[in-house]
Design a protein. Structure first.
Length: 565
């Protein structure tokens, strides 16, 4: 529970660390940002951390600790798994034969203290530390990963700090890519800073620092990537995009390359695209039985449009490929226009967008219509021209699959109208819309349960700062229950201490019924369309998320992270 803001404000006034006018301004800023007064005070840095920390610690009745002054050993870190440390803002920093000193952002989290006492058999001595210090201390959990990566580098080079040729850079790059592949990373970020080069991987949607290398190796490393991707090695002031292929453990991986100049040098992002499509299975994507049946019913139609929506990185293209895998047969001519081609599907005619040769989504789609297709997949509808051609294809006897960037299904149909498509055309062609987000699933190796009683529900809602829409879903799901069981991952070697392993999706699937078609013709707002879909039984993403929480697939915190982003 956060410190009482009124008491904190009074303590700051009494100690003359702030005047009344400045305090009122900070309180207003905290409300507008929907964060605590404590967080705003540390963010603004008007009061020295030590004085502010000591004031807050005094209100909690515990000592203050500055973690940057402490050297935290690996055995201490193993006491509290990373998932628990990062979610509860807790770091053990000292230990004696009978006592464990623990830094907490909420020293009154007695449940956590009791848990640690039972686990260790030691008396827990709580200290107050601010969130920023705890977040910085959490980097210590990456030491094991850093050691593994360093070991891999040393096996490639005797001294990784002395790279003198492209051959040396090639070995470093091979090690970076291999380690990313072994850790199931989807992206590699090579980021230049003033004094070092940061290597970060995105694993299950979350970026994490893997290593910090000497900045002197940047130029040779980027040059090696440019050579592989057939990019200009003498161009350093404009962005470049390319790709290259690499074989890793009998699996061909395509590396999509993006290079952009920054203040400290060229930043490179590599996306790993596996040629393997074994995971392209509709049943494994997280749809409920009802939503899965709606999808199957609509992909069996011979014409019309199916739209998959969501933000970048929400798995839209993977969903479309899974649909194509179901439809793919010798009797059907399937063609796609994509940017980029992320999976290779045998038997499907896949076209890569190439703006240099004027092969755009619109021009490629026009060409495909002259190729006698039965099913067309459009990687993304980005403009009015592409939307118009796709709508026309759906009207003239083709099944069109496409992605669109909207936040939910209700906003998708008005979005097409905003792009210049007549409402009667949208109403006549769109058969189904599905919106989705990707979230992490709890690691099966370290999954554990805990019971939430009726009395704790309100506390849990406040602690997680639930928005009203999720709060309503949460209450509906738990109505009438005296207690219910939730699950979390405590962190283990299998999940790298995160408590999560793999991802699934939360979805809302709307079949365009006669009632919704009528609303489209009337230029109804997204909220009106959403209300009609609700009456017809559509499950919203929040509700689908709650179903997965209660089923033990993910956590409330993960749903909130995804839906707030």
């Amino acid at each position: 529970m956060s410190i009482d803001e009124q008491k904190l404000g009074q303590a700051l006034l009494d100690s003359k660390l702030l005047d009344k006018k400045t305090l009122v301004g900070f309180i207003s800023s905290a409300k507008s940002k929907n964060i605590s007064l404590e967080d705003v005070l540390f963010e603004r840095e008007l009061i020295p951390d030590a004085k502010l920390g000591a004031t807050i610690a005094g209100l909690y009745g515990v000592p203050f600790v500055k973690l940057s002054d402490k050297s935290i050993s690996e055995p201490l870190l193993r006491i509290v798994p990373y998932a628990l440390a990062s979610s509860q803002y807790v770091i053990p920093f000292e230990r004696t034969s009978h006592e464990l000193s623990v830094a907490l952002n909420d020293p009154h989290n007695y449940e956590l203290s009791n848990f640690l006492e039972k686990k260790t058999g030691l008396a827990v001595k709580p200290f107050y530390a601010n969130k920023r210090d705890i977040k910085a201390a959490l980097k210590a959990y990456n030491r094991n990963v850093n050691e593994q990566f360093t070991k891999l580098l040393k096996s490639a080079l005797k001294d990784p700090t002395k790279i003198e040729s492209l051959k040396d850079a090639a070995k470093i790059l091979d090690a970076i890519i291999l380690f990313a592949y072994q850790n199931n990373a989807s992206d590699i970020h090579i980021e230049p800073h003033k004094d070092f080069l940061a290597i970060r991987y995105r694993v299950d949607g979350i970026l994490q620092i893997i290593a910090e290398l000497p900045s002197v190796i940047l130029e040779l490393l980027v040059t090696r990537i440019k050579v592989l991707a057939n990019l200009r090695t003498d161009e350093h002031r404009s962005s470049q995009d390319g790709r290259f292929k690499i074989d890793l453990q009998n699996n061909e991986i395509t590396m999509r390359v993006s290079i952009v100049p920054t203040y400290d040098g060229e930043k490179t992002v590599l996306r790993l695209l596996s040629s393997s499509n074994q995971a392209l299975d509709l049943e494994s994507l997280g749809y409920s039985p009802r939503d899965l049946q709606i999808i199957r019913d609509n992909i069996e139609k011979t014409h019309g449009m199916i739209l998959i929506t969501g933000p970048t990185g929400s798995g839209k293209t993977t969903t479309l490929y899974s649909v194509l895998k179901v439809l793919n047969s010798p009797e059907i001519n399937i063609s796609t226009i994509e940017d980029p081609i992320e999976y290779r599907l045998e038997g499907v005619n896949q076209i890569q967008v190439n703006n240099v040769t004027n092969l755009t989504f619109a021009s490629g789609l026009r060409t495909l219509l002259r190729q006698d297709p039965d099913v067309i997949m459009v990687g993304e509808i980005r403009d009015e021209e592409t939307a118009g051609i796709a709508i026309n294809a759906a009207l003239t006897g083709h099944l069109v699959l496409a992605t669109l960037h909207t936040n939910d299904v209700a906003a998708t149909l008005p979005r097409l109208v905003d792009m210049g498509i007549e409402p009667f055309l949208v109403s006549a062609t769109v058969n189904m819309v599905s919106a989705q987000r990707l979230l992490r699933t709890i690691c099966k190796k370290c999954k554990t349960s805990y019971v939430v009683t009726k009395e704790k529900i309100a506390t849990l809602e406040a602690k997680l700062r639930m928005k009203e829409d999720l709060r309503a879903v949460f209450r509906k799901a738990t109505a009438g229950a005296e207690s219910f069981t939730l699950y979390t991952g405590v962190g283990c070697a299998a999940c790298g201490g995160s408590g999560f392993k793999g991802r699934t999706s939360i979805n809302e699937v709307m079949e365009v019924s006669d009632g919704i078609r009528k609303l489209i013709l009337e230029n109804a707002s997204p909220s009106v369309i959403e209300e009609q879909a609700k009456k017809e039984g559509m499950t919203f993403m929040f509700e689908d998320g709650m179903r997965k929480i209660l089923a033990g697939e993910t956590t409330i915190e993960e749903i909130l992270r995804v839906m707030r982003s």
